[in-house]
Every structure is written in C-alpha cells, then in structure tokens.
Design a binder for this molecule. Structure first.
Ligand code: BGC
Length: 894
C-alpha cells in the first residue's frame, strides 16, 4: 500500500514538474513575443524620405496558436529618448489589428531624423514594445535645394565622362552630414577620395524631363575637420544615350550632356548647419572613362587617370569651371527604393585559353551584371571584354541572339564589349561603373600577350537589391531548378524598373512585367521598385490615357505594342501590390490613371471588344485571336478599377465600372463562347485558359471549359501550345479547376516545349522562346514566361492572397497534391511574417503542414480524395474548408 502511495506520489510530482515546465516554457515563449521589422515607406531606417505622412509598418512574432494584435500605439518624434520612454509623440492607443498605417498626426519637416516605435497589445502576453527605429526626411520640396545644376558644358556627342571636384573647409566639429545628389545621367560620388555608398547606376532611369530622382547618403564619417574635397564622376545612363538602336534612345527629348545638382548639408555639434552646394566654382575635367553607354559598354583608358583628383590637396588650377544649366525637370524626388547593387560575386567556372591573347571565361550561369578583370601588361595594351550568352562551336562568343536590334554607326562601340587600356603599372583592375550587361561568357582579347587565370575575372550579379521573401523546395529537383532559374531571370530583369532582358534591350516592357509581377512578389520584397515604376507610368501617360509599351521611354512605344494586353500594368501591378502588401496607396496613386486608361479603351472600342494589342506573343505554334486576349485584359482592368472604386469610397465609379465589366464579359462570351460545347473560339489552349484565369467564364460552365482545356492539352500531346498570355493562365487555370495532374505534367516536362526543356539543356535562366535554337527572339534571360514561379506558390504550395483581407492578413491555402512530387514546401515571408505550406505524400497518406504568422489567419481548403478523410491533430475535419488562426498545424489525409 505504502509503495502504491509512493508511486502515485511520484506520478503527481512528475506531473507537477511537467506542468511547471510547461508553464515556464510558455512564459519564456510569451516573453519572446516580439514586434519586429519596423519599416518606414516599406524600407528599413531609410534616409531621404519625402512623404510628409509616411507609411509605418511592423510585424508580430509569436508562434503560439491564435497570437494576434488587439491594439497598437505608435510614438514618433525627434527625441529618441522621449520615444523610447513613451513620453511624447503619440496619438494614443488604437484598437486595431492593423500593422501598416499612414502617419497622419502632422506633416513631417525636411532634413529631420525621426524616431519611432510601436507598442502592441496582443491576446496572450499583453503589452509588447518594439525597439526604437528611425528614418530621416529628405528635401521634401524642390524649393529646399540650394545647389545649382551644373555640367561641363560640352557637346552631347563628346565621349569621355566628366569629373567634377570642389574643395572646402569645415571649421567646427561635425555632428552629421548628408549628401543629396540629383543627376541627369549617372553619378559616382567621392568624399576625400572615398567612394560613397554601395549603390550602382544611381539615380535610376526616369522620364528625366518629368521627374528626376535624388539620392541621399550619410557622409558623416568621410568628412574631416579642415580641408575636404567632393569628387563627382558623371555617366550618361539613359539621359545621354550615345549608342543607337531601333528604339531611338539617342533621340530622347531630354537628351543632354550629363548634369547634376548637389547639396552637402553639414550639421555641426553646436546645432548650426551649413550647406556646400554645387555651383559654377566647381571644377571639371575629363576622366579616364573615355566612353560609357548603359546599353552597350564602357571604355576606360588607365593612362588618362588623374592621381588624387578627388582629394583635398589636388591642384585643380588646370581644370575648367563648371557651366550652369537648367534643371532637366522641376520635379526632383527622393529615390526611396531598394537600390541596385552588385549583389552576388560569381566566380569563374572554367577558362578556355584560345591563345595568349584570347581567353574565354565561363561563369557557369547567365546573369545581368558586370565583370571585373585584374591583370598586368605593358602600357597601352588594349583589352576587350566581350560579354555573350552563348558560344559558337569553336568556343568563341556568339552575339547574334542579342545584338539583333543594335544599329551602330561605326565600329567604335562594340556591343556588350568593355575596352580597358592599361597604363602599364603593376596589377590593374577594371569594372564598369555606368553599364551592365546580360551574359554568361566573357571573351578577353588583348592587343599584346597577357597571362590570365580563372582568378583574373569575376562576375557580379547586378540588380535591384530586393530581399528574398520566398522559397520553394521539393523532392522534384527539376521544379527546384525551374524556381531558381525563374528567380535568376526575374532579378536579371529588375534594374529599378522591370525589364524584358538585360542584354538586347533593357526595356521596361509592360507586358513582360505584369505577367511576372506575382512571381516577383511571392519571391522578393519588391514593392518600392514597383511603386517607383508606377510613378514612371504616371509620367508617361498622355492626357487621353494612352501609355507606351515600354516605360520609361524616350518616345518610342506609343505607336506599337501598347494595347491592354501589355499596358494593363496600370491596373494589374497596383492591384497585386494591394493583394501582397495590403497597402491601398498604390491603388490610390494610380486610380485616376487606371480610369483614364479604361475610359480610353471604352471610347475607342465602344462594342466592349478590343483587338488592340500584340496578342499571345511567341506562341509554341497556334496563335489565338488578339481580340480574345486583349478583351480579357480590358475586362480585368475594368474589374480592378471597379473594385478599387469601392475600396476608395467612390460608389458611382464602382457602379459604372462594374456595369462596364459585366458588359464586356457579356459581349465577350456572346462572341467567343459556345455554350453547348463549352469551347471558346476554336478551343486552343490560350483561348480556354485566358477566360478561365481572368474570370470571364460563366460560373455554370467553368468546369466544362476547364475539362475542355485539360482535354485539349492532352490532345496536343500533354504539351503546351501557348505564348506569353497563355502561359500566364494555363497552369493555374488547370490547377484551380481539378486538373492539377495535367498542370504538374506540363511543369515537370523535360522535352520541348517546356521550362524543363531549357533546364535540361543547361539553362540557368528562362528563355524568350520555346525552341532553344530559335532563329530570332531568343534572348536567354527573359522573364516573360516566368509565371511558373508564381504557380509553384499558388498551386503546389496553394498560398494565395485573399482579396477580402489583403496583405495575407488572411491567407488562402489550397494546395494541389494530385500528380505533384512526394514532398513540397513553399514559404513566403509576407507582411505578417512567415507563411509555410508543406506536404509529404505517399500512396497511403498525405501529411500537410501549415504555419500562419501571428496576427493573421488562414482559410485552408483541403482537396477531397475519394475514400479518404482529413484529420487535424487526430480529429476528423468536416467539410472541405476550415478557418485557422495563426500557429502551426498538421493535417493528415488517409
Ligand atoms: C521584348 C519582349 C516584349 C516584346 C513586345 C520584345 O522585343 O523582348 O519581351 O514584350 O518585344 O512584343
């Protein structure tokens, strides 16, 4: 008996110990509830914010099921201690789960550092405070500029890039210093010989006569007491395009010799400020950059280097004074986005020495970017670095797929070929500053024998430095590789604006960009770049609503390619930003512009059907009617506009555009849908997939149309027969309508025509054309067929934003298992934190795991398999849809 007591006593003690342990465990977790990732205007501690009422956002980290925010309070002010101590700067507690707000208490002041923090009240631990973060406002208004616009006053055809320098003295002790610099063209800024910042190709391309970006740098550390020197090197960029190609960049209305305006604002320890500004007294001379073109290449003559040009003691009496210029535009705004950087260094994979003057380097992968060469040789040795995507059989670069639209007037500007002339002093290095290329191979030819090894050259992957927020891993290595290659092409085509390809064009092709925008947003935190690009749209739109097919543009593109299938960017991109970030601002900013665009189409095509556009570009074989695809985009824009009107509280517009959308849908279906057979047009893949994807099919016929699509794909040999617009729709239209097995078969296909066909043939990026030996349109780094990157999240991963609660406040999770790999995982680090959707499956069982971040919820839709049931933690799930709180959950199907 005693023994039994002792025994039960032990059990009780044991249980108590466990209970205590769990208690401690949860209190540790609860003390780990965190508010993190504070952003201002979607950036972390940015400098140079122009928004007088910026957007502030944060996230909550808490893995306990159901963790969420009930209320928040923001403190914001110029006194960090007062903010930290919650003494001043708050509008009070707000009962709301919002984690993205617009700061509206006051208009912020220019040139000011603000501190802010947020306290949230959650439903577990009570009050949780974030750390204090900061941001700084910039000039905010053009009238705050003190500097004058200067250039060297030479002709636009002059090739060498100009240097500028200015010496000055500081007397008092410096507390902080900021450089604000705006340029028509590109710049490199130096203070006392040190290059400032790690950005590349600043400021970014805009329609320079309508809007110029300025860049802000903290230069406190580079300034010294006493003598200082500012050095600026100006490049042409898109501002002074000297190369000639079919888009006539050289005839841009804004074209001029590069110019800049700079204010160096110093705040001294005693609180006084002084601004050193660009002006006529700044000295200028030509630099060793003897030619630079954003489009083709850069030439550098090291013999022309001017030692110490950017140092205080340099004697600049031989230099000319600068020339005063008008500002290229009166609209000078902060470049508040993730900058372009050389994000990744790519080592050489193999080197082929052809002879002692010719070497071909292979990076092993295709990138956008630059190469850096280090070598030594006699003075005057001319080294050419030719960048190509592919090689001829003889191992030499084949440029024919990328120089097709280049129209050089002489041989002084060879395509994608840097020229480096050695000064003959020891080891010398060259990397272009004002150009980037698309390439995998670099052929180095030297005018005299040189010794090179694979270490002599490095590649740099250059693109907008947007943080990765998505990840796909699966047991099917082909899908993993397709995902990686898609991201490589996406990033290769993000240079402050989305491009079609980094080599042949570097054009902001609208169609390519809206097609790839979901892929981009699932994988990268790109809102700031897209917002900048939408501002480019607003600059380019004509009063009648027309948009050009490439944005920005020097004038080309208003004539060709700018139908709704391409320029629907004006509606689709703001809408996707709204879905992914839950931020209304992109819709607000572009609302009037969408309206103008939709009204224009309505006016031009009163029937509701429009044949304006390029149609299903680069199809495998069949071309669908342009009117079908363009009308689908007209409908989509109108629907987005109607929904936006509702969100922005415009009931009359909401009604008007809802009715218009209905009309378009009606005439579209009257013309193209055969209600008997459930076929659109002649039943091609694109003809069926596009209406399904964009929601034009009458509900009662949706399944029939989808079944027809699946059948058609099978009849076509379970292979794609689509172009750009069909590719956007095909996989999702199948997966969303019970034919995911067919979608998986297409996605996993390794033979022509497929993504797998490219990958099996060695692609590390996506191509522009399905046949790898196509005779034209065969850039090897195009994002246009990149929808598959989004599909991996939306169908296998099943992660979709919920339009009713955007920004993943509620996540839709509807994974597609049938026909998929044995294991699959999709992760998206969204506005609320990390969403995970992963599964394992075998003949008998599917295990599906989801993680829903704190302060958000999910609607889980579990596909039904005949004869099987779904269980959550052992309890049977009734129905096919369940709502879950935040936390990690496991479902089993057997
Ligand atoms: C580009 C495409 C673009 C197309 C428009 C091509 O030259 O590279 O990606 O969308 O033109 O037709």
């Amino acid at each position: 008996m005693r023994l039994i007591y002792i025994f039960t006593g032990r059990i009780i003690i044991n249980l108590m110990a466990r209970y205590l342990f769990l208690l401690c465990f949860f209190s540790i977790i609860s003390s780990h509830a965190q508010v993190y990732d504070l952003r201002t205007e979607h950036l972390t501690t940015p400098l140079g914010i122009d928004a007088p009422q910026p957007r502030l956002s944060w996230k909550q980290r808490d893995s306990r099921p159901g963790a969420g925010q009930k209320a928040y309070q923001v403190w914001l002010g110029t006194d960090s201690l007062a903010v930290a101590g919650e003494k001043a700067g708050s509008g009070g507690k707000v009962n709301s789960a919002e984690n993205l707000i617009t700061y509206t208490r006051e208009n912020l002041q220019p040139f000011t550092r603000y501190f802010w923090k947020v306290v949230i009240w959650d439903n577990h631990s009570g009050r949780v405070s974030s750390d204090v973060t900061s941001f700084e406002t910039g000039l905010m208004q053009v009238s705050n500029w003190k500097g004058e616009w200067i250039s060297d006053g030479t002709d636009i055809r002059l090739k060498p890039a100009p240097y500028f320098r200015h010496g000055f003295e500081t007397g008092k002790k410096i507390r902080s210093a900021r450089a604000y610099i705006a340029a028509g063209g590109l710049f490199e800024l130096y203070i006392n010989g040190t290059k400032i910042g790690d950005h590349m190709l600043d400021p970014n391309y805009t329609r320079f006569d309508r809007r110029i970006l300025y860049v802000t740098h903290d230069v406190t550390r580079e300034l010294k007491a006493g003598k200082n020197a500012i050095g600026v090197l100006l490049g042409n960029g898109w501002y002074n395009h000297q190369s000639t190609a079919v888009w006539y960049f050289d005839r841009a209305p804004w074209r001029n010799r590069p110019a800049f305006c700079m204010d160096l604002r110093i705040t001294y320890e005693d609180g006084s400020t002084e601004t050193i500004s660009s002006g006529r007294n700044w000295k200028t001379a030509l630099s060793p950059v003897i030619f630079n073109s954003i489009y083709t290449a850069e030439h550098y003559d090291a013999r022309k280097e001017i030692g110490g040009w950017n140092l205080p003691d340099f004697n600049d009496t031989q230099w000319k004074n600068s020339v005063l210029r008008s500002a290229p535009s009166q609209n000078i705004v902060s470049q508040a986005f993730q900058p372009i950087r050389a994000v990744e260094e790519i080592p050489v994979k193999s080197l082929n020495k052809i002879n002692d003057t010719v070497y071909v380097f292979d990076l092993g992968r295709n990138i956008s970017g630059v190469s850096r060469i280090t070598l030594s040789g006699p003075e005057g040795t001319e080294v050419r670095l030719k960048h190509a995507e592919r090689l001829y059989e003889n191992g030499r670069p084949d440029m024919s797929n990328i120089d097709a639209h280049y129209r050089p007037t002489d041989d002084s500007d060879p395509f994608q070929t840097d020229i480096f002339i050695l000064k003959g002093e020891g080891t010398e290095t060259f990397m272009p500053r004002f150009n980037y290329k698309g390439f995998q191979y670099v052929e180095v030819t030297a005018s005299r024998p040189v010794q090179l090894s694979s270490n002599s050259l490095k590649g740099y992957f250059v693109h907008s430095d947007v943080a990765p927020v998505g990840k796909i891993t699966s047991s099917d290595d082909l899908l993993n590789r397709i995902w990686w290659a898609t991201n490589n092409s996406y990033l290769s085509n993000l240079a402050g604006y989305p491009t079609d390809c980094p080599q042949r064009e570097k054009n902001g092709w609208t169609g390519d960009a809206h097609i790839a925008s979901e892929t981009g947003l699932f994988n990268f935190d790109g809102i700031t770049v897209y917002e900048k690009w939408m501002a480019d749209h607003r600059d380019e739109q004509q009063p009648n609503g027309v948009l050009p097919s490439i944005i920005p543009t020097g004038g080309w593109g208003y004539e060709w390619g700018n139908g709704p299938d391409w320029t629907s960017t004006i509606a689709i991109i703001p809408w996707n930003l709204y879905l992914f970030y839950g931020d209304l601002k992109p819709l607000q900013d572009n609302y009037e512009h969408m309206k103008r665009y939709v009204d224009l189409i309505t006016q031009r095509y009163p029937s509701g059907l429009t044949s304006w556009g390029l149609g299903d570009w680069i199809p495998v074989k069949s071309k669908s009617p342009v009117e079908l695809t363009s009308t689908a985009y007209y409908y989509t824009d109108t629907r987005i506009l109607a929904q936006t009107a509702k969100l922005l509280g415009q009931p009359a517009d909401h009604q008007k555009y809802t009715a218009l959308a209905e009309k378009i849908r009606k005439v579209f279906n009257e013309k193209y849908l055969n209600r008997e057979t459930g076929l659109y047009g002649s039943g091609l893949q694109t003809e069926l997939a596009v209406p399904l994807f964009w929601g034009l099919v009458p509900e009662e016929l949706r399944q029939k149309v989808a079944d027809n699509l699946a059948q058609r794909v099978k009849a076509d040999g379970t292979q794609m027969d689509v172009g750009l617009l069909g590719t956007k729709a095909l996989l999702q239209a199948l997966s969303d309508n019970g034919h995911e097995e067919v979608a998986y078969a297409l996605a996993g296909r390794k033979t022509f025509p497929s993504w797998g066909w490219w990958i099996t043939n060695g692609a590390t990026t996506l191509y522009e054309n399905w046949p790898i030996d196509a005779k034209s349109d065969i850039s090897m780094n195009h994002i246009m067929f990149g929808e598959i990157g989004a599909w991996l999240f939306k169908a296998p991963g099943g992660i979709k934003p919920d339009p009713a609660q955007p920004g993943f406040r509620n996540v839709i999770l509807e994974p597609r298992f049938a026909g998929g790999p044995d294991t699959f995982s999709a992760e998206h680090n969204g506005r609320y934190g990390m969403i995970r959707s992963s599964w394992e499956k075998n003949e008998k069982e599917i295990t599906y795991r989801v993680t829903v971040p704190a302060n958000s919820t999910a609607t889980v839709r579990l596909p039904q398999v005949e004869g099987r049931r779904w269980y959550r933690d052992g309890v049977e799930v009734k129905g096919r849809e369940i709502q879950v709180s935040s936390g990690t959950f496991e479902f089993k199907n057997n």
